[in-house]
Design a protein. Structure first.
Length: 114
């Protein structure tokens, strides 16, 4: 491998690393929503898989079925976190794909895939 080609590869890797750092910062402000029970429980998560808010329809709370409410909250949280991971993976792939082109099998970012 020529020195020029190696230098180009290092520059490309450096550029991709800086772009991915920018995306990581941006993910903190990006949000997705998960809901369960026909919208009776809604959870918002950011791109860093942190729960931002939880909303519960008052109708759900007025009942005596706490187990159902707990199940709805778990379902909504899991949906929001799944969407958050998908969003983060897509954002990272946009950066890497734009710099590296199409990689057979896709680019998997450690820590962002299940």
């Amino acid at each position: 491998m020529s020195k020029m080609n190696m230098a180009n590869q290092f520059n490309l890797i450096n550029k991709m690393q800086k772009e991915m750092e920018k995306v990581q910062e941006a993910l903190d402000g990006m949000t997705v929503e998960g809901s369960a029970g026909g919208g009776m429980v809604t959870v918002v998560a950011n791109g860093k898989q942190k729960i931002v808010s939880v909303s519960v329809d008052p109708e759900v709370v007025s009942g005596d079925d706490i187990e159902m409410l707990e199940d709805l909250i778990i379902a909504a949280v899991n949906q929001a976190l799944d969407k958050s991971r998908d969003m983060a993976q897509e954002e990272m792939q946009n950066v890497a794909g734009g710099l590296l082109g199409n990689i057979p099998g896709g680019l998997k970012i450690p820590g962002l895939t299940m």
